[in-house]
Design a protein around this ligand. Structure first.
Ligand code: AGP
Length: 609
């Protein structure tokens, strides 16, 4: 996902922009650039590659010097990564940066070519710049008019930072679908794709809404509607500080975030527990409201969907309500059977995932009530759902989600406990007991984190593998999905999660001595069956890594390696068992030498389809 930063103030704009873009690197990118007013002339520096490549180019060609400008990290959608396709893009008086996709850019480009305009890049973004300039000239140099006219023709998603040559030291900003905030400092103002980029300068910001235009000047940031009427904005304050978005002495953000999980759980569940019982009223959720639902759909992508899988098992087991878990990109195009009596839960760390946002909107159109479980404050999904439970994991910088997943399942447990109590499927005493067990998980996870060396040893056994299987039954199967994705996305080793009981129906043919199997066996009611499945793969030569309870000592015909977990209630074991799976993936990636925090081809939030 692209990153945008803009600045107007007293500081060196290029430095502020480069610093802000470095805080957005985690979003994934393949090129970068900035545009700065230098003596009232727009100077552009841009380059394919990393920010370091852009810095080297500026060291060689000269860094634009001024106090106002815009910057961008590009995750290519239209036009391959290259210098000429890098942002900022210009069109006459206009220079801009863009996050999103313009779906009708080809039609607009044909119109502009017919008007005699030339293009330098293959991007949809340059079409916006040229169209803005076309209307700017048509409207005798009125930027707002040009913006209003242009917006009416754009189809798709955008967050834009725009500068006009005739308006030095002004930055214009607007958005639709893609995120953009306006940072408010002392005698300086900012725009950014997320507040992490500007935390070291200010924690105060406005959320820019679709149909609003922000105009940043040295004096202040003003927001207007499309009729150029001033809009009074609510000033928000980020509830974390720069250190929360830094590595804190860890080698990678991912390792830091794995270790932040106990604290993240506490921050997320403690405010939602009163007198030992779940209380989600601050999220708009009451027992009365919960009792109206006959069916629950959990819709998300990637790791968030895996959290939903854990939620399914827990809700169905405790509340006896049917739960359907769906991948958002499938749900949104399948004409899903969702009715007014249904609850649709959208889980999303970023709150900006395009497919998940579309699934939310579709669910509302179908008349269902919607509940969002989101980590990023003020994000689109958070703002559009009927009910909202924020997770409080703080900024998750590593592309591979760990602490966000952990707090998503923690919220799923709390929700399931409250739902089961509301539906009288469990009594208050049982609800208290389960809630107390949930509150006990941070300490259990801390114990696991103190003995992680076995995961490093296991990782060394995996780095030569071409492919792995992750197997389990019940909650262990739901968990194995997450373990498999973690390994794939950061170590680039293929893996697949599989229901242990399903192996004999075909997939066991893959088992050889070259295919390690990571087996999760924590559920006591399924334990013997899982062990017999493990023996089946062991007998066929697989190297087996077992994640199970400390109390179980595997025979040689079961496992080659075992990671032991503290004894805990079956239902809550996913919160413990996921930690070694995260660490195994992390150390395997470290040994493979991949870019752990920013794996290839991936972005932290996929805001395009
Ligand atoms: C998780 O490790 C991945 N980075 C990815 O699957 C992610 O979970 C997915 O893109 C959903 O993102 P969201 O939670 O921000 O919606």
């Amino acid at each position: 996902m692209c990153g945008i930063v803009g600045y107007v103030g007293k500081r060196d704009a290029a430095d502020v922009l480069m610093d802000g873009l470095s805080k957005l690197e985690y979003r994934g990118y393949d090129s970068a650039g900035i545009a700065v007013f230098e003596n009232e002339v727009i100077k552009v520096a841009k380059s394919k590659g990393r920010l370091a490549d852009l810095q080297a180019k500026m060291d060689q060609d000269g860094k634009p010097s001024g106090h106002a400008g815009i910057g961008h990290t590009r995750w290519a959608t239209h036009g391959e990564p290259s210098d000429r396709n890098s942002h900022p893009h210009g069109g006459g008086n206009v220079t801009l940066v863009h996050n999103g996709i313009i779906e009708n850019y080809k039609k607009l480009k044909e119109f502009l070519l017919a008007k005699g305009r030339n293009f330098e890049s293959d991007t949809d973004t340059e079409v916006i710049a040229q169209l803005l300039d076309y209307y700017y000239e048509e409207n005798h140099g009125n930027p707002i008019e040009a913006i209003v006219k242009t917006l009416k023709e754009l189809e798709g998603s955008y967050a834009l930072g725009v500068v006009f040559a005739d308006f030095p030291d002004r930055v214009f900003a607007l958005r639709k679908e893609s995120p953009l905030i306006v940072g408010i400092g002392e005698g300086e103002s900012f725009i950014a794709s997320d507040v992490t980029a500007i935390l070291q300068y200010t924690k105060n910001y406005y959320l820019l809404e679709p149909g609003e235009i922000a105009v940043l000047s040295k004096q202040e940031a003003k927001v207007y509607d499309l009729h150029y009427q001033k809009v009074e904005k609510e000033l928000k304050t980020a509830d974390w500080d720069v250190s929360a978005a830094e590595k804190g002495g860890y080698e990678h953000y991912m390792l830091k975030e794995i270790h932040e999980q106990p604290e993240s759980i506490k921050k997320t569940i403690t405010p939602r527990i009163e007198n030992g019982l779940p209380n989600l009223e601050e999220c708009g959720i009451t027992p009365e409201r919960l009792m109206q639902f006959n069916k629950i759909h959990i819709v998300a992508c990637g790791t968030a969907m895996h959290a939903g899988m854990v939620g399914k098992y827990v809700i169905e087991k405790l509340a006896k309500i049917s739960v359907n878990v769906d991948i958002a990109s499938e749900f949104r195009y399948r004409e899903p059977l969702v009715s007014e009596k249904d609850l649709v839960i959208i889980i999303s760390q970023s709150g900006e995932t395009a497919d998940s946002l579309a699934a939310l909107r579709l669910s509302k159109q179908l008349g269902a009530k919607t509940l969002a479980i989101v980590n990023a404050k003020g994000s689109s999904i958070a703002r559009e759902a009927d009910m909202l439970i924020y997770t409080h994991a703080g900024p998750e910088i590593a592309v591979a989600s760990t602490k966000a997943y952990m707090v998503q399942i923690a919220v799923m447990y709390l929700f399931a406990f409250e739902l089961a109590l509301a539906n009288k499927k469990i009594d208050e005493a049982e609800c208290r007991r389960l809630t107390a067990l949930l509150q006990g998980t941070p300490d259990q996870i801390s114990k696991i984190l103190e003995h992680k060396e076995m995961t490093q040893m296991i990782a060394s056994e995996l780095i030569t593998a071409d492919s792995l299987l992750y197997i389990g039954r019940g909650l262990d199967y739901a968990l194995s999905m997450e373990g498999s994705l973690k390994l794939k996305e950061i170590s680039y080793i293929h893996s697949e999660s599989y229901a242990a009981g399903e192996l004999k129906h075909g997939t066991i043919s893959l088992i050889t001595e070259e295919m390690p199997v990571i087996a999760v066996a924590t559920q006591q009611n399924l334990f013997d069956k899982t062990i017999s499945n493990i023996k089946e793969v062991k007998a066929r030569g697989a190297k087996v890594i077992l994640v199970s309870r400390d109390s179980y000592q595997p025979e040689k015909d079961v496992a080659d390696f075992k990671f032991g977990l503290p004894e805990y209630e079956d239902l809550l074991m996913p919160m413990l068992a996921v930690v070694p799976l995260q660490l195994i993936a992390y150390y395997t990636a470290v040994l493979k030498g991949t870019d752990v925090d920013k794996p290839r081809n991936l972005a932290k939030s996929v805001t395009v389809e």
